[in-house]
Structures are given as structure tokens and as C-alpha cells.
Design a protein around this ligand. Sequence first.
Ligand SMILES: Nc1ncnc2c1ncn2[C@@H]1O[C@H](COP(=O)(O)OP(=O)(O)O)[C@@H](O)[C@H]1O
Ligand SMILES: [Mg+2]
Length: 266
Amino acid sequence: MNPALSVKGLTASIASKEILNGLDLEVPFGEVHAIMGPNGSGKSTLCHVLTGKEGYEVAGSALLDGVEILDLPVDERARLGLLQSFQYPTEVPGVRLRDFVYEAAVAHGVSPEEAEARIDKEAARFGVERFLDRSLNDDLSGGEKKRSEIFQMAVLRPKMALLDEIDSGLDIDAVRQVAEAVEEMRSPEMGTLMITHYSRILRYMTPDRIHVMIDGRIVDSGERELADELEAGGYESVRQRLGLTRPAVAAERRPSEFFTETPFDV
Ligand SMILES: Nc1ncnc2c1ncn2[C@@H]1O[C@H](COP(=O)(O)OP(=O)(O)O)[C@@H](O)[C@H]1O
Ligand SMILES: [Mg+2]
């Protein structure tokens, strides 16, 4: 059986700046993997390149259930089953969550009856009934927005779900709820890649595999013990263990990065 996603030697640059440099990653069907990495390590770029956002110079390979996607248009990748949730869900006044997800499911080839049945079932499962008939994301808390995104994924049932910064800006109770929702979404027909800067979400869930991304590459992969190392010593601990030097050109980095090097939630 093919993995849900298999990435080999992926490189990406923008404005002649190399952001991904030789990234390898495999996510089997039925598994949840986490990519952890400091700000600026290229996590969001990986999502953009996989989903087909324009403007990057890309080389290497990315197979979605055995099909090369890197040369396909954005909508074709989505149709084949690669979906990314929004990093910062926008509020869309006037469009009900129910209608939005229904239209998306039908556009993905789900029959109208099946779409309605899935919406009812998954809304109950993810506890979003309360805002199903309200405007999309209107007046929802951060945690509710993320639950809404996971609910949408559960209705659409992609082969591969990319969740970027699923836990950013949430209080600890909301992080726990999102972690539980990601676990709840697990299915043998889907692979999930959860991308985050903070290790705290790993207190509430156990991905099958945790990957650490630094400077555009996966530098280490492991299981629970890697989560424990990150929680205790941050990315600096991983860097030191692997003998990785810190980037020399600090001036190129965003000012906020100087304050967010560890995955702690302080
Ligand atoms: N459009 C762009 N033009 C130039 N540099 C970019 C662009 N987008 C991202 N970068 C740079 O690429 C690096 C990786 O960014 P990103 O993928 O957003 O990292 P992460 O999601 O891990 O925080 C950063 O140094 C960032 O400044
Ligand atoms: Mg990012």
C-alpha cells in the first residue's frame, strides 16, 4: 500500500532564497505525524509547496497516494485528496458553516445525501452543532475555529490533511480539545500532518511520529522521547545533540523569532 504522502528531496526557494533544502518525509495512511520546528524553519513553506501555492521554485518529489503532485495545479491536488486547513481562519459573514462545508464536499465529488449525512454525523462527533447554522467562524473563540476546521476535514475526508499551526494562540484548555479532535479524526483512509511550533500539544496526544524541522530539513524523527526532549530543552537541545550550528545571518530573520526559539508556552 502506498503511503498517504511521500516526500523526497524536496527543495523550494523564493526570491532566490532557499527555504526547503532536501526534505524527506513519509506519512502512512492511518497515521498522525507532527512536524515541530522553530519559527522560520520552513514549516508553512512546506504546506504551501505541497498544496501548490505559486511563487516558489520547487524540485524533488511529493507523492500523494503514489501520484506525483508537484507539477499539478492547486485544484487538482485538492481533488486528489490533499487538503490544508487555514492557518488563520477568516470570518466569512453571511455564509453558514453548514452550507460552506456542504458545497465543498459536493465540489469534491461527495453526493448531496452523503454530504448531509456526514455533516450531521461529524458535527455531533466534534461538538460543532452549536455553530453549524451560524456564519462561518463568526464570533467563535480560537479553539472553536480550530474545531470547526477539523470538523470540515472530517466531512471532506481528504487522503492527506495538513494542519498548520493548529494550536497557535490557544489557551491550554483549547489546545487539549484540539489535540483530542485531531486524534478523533484519525482514520485508516487518511494521513495527517500536524505542524506546530509549540510542544505543549504533545502533552495531550501521541502522534505516531514526531519530526523536527530546522533550516528547511527534517533533522530528527522519533516518538514520545523526542516530545519529552523538546518539552524539557527546546530546539536548542536537539541542535546541540545533533551538532547543528545556529544560523549565522541573524539579521535576515524576523525580530519575533529571537523571542520564540523554545517551544515552551511561557
Ligand atoms: N515570500 C517570501 N519571500 C521571502 N522569504 C520568505 C517568504 N516566505 C517565507 N520566507 C522565509 O522563509 C523562511 C521560512 O518561512 P516559513 O515557512 O513561514 O517558516 P515557519 O512556518 O517554520 O515559521 C523564513 O525565514 C521566512 O522569512
Ligand atoms: Mg508557519
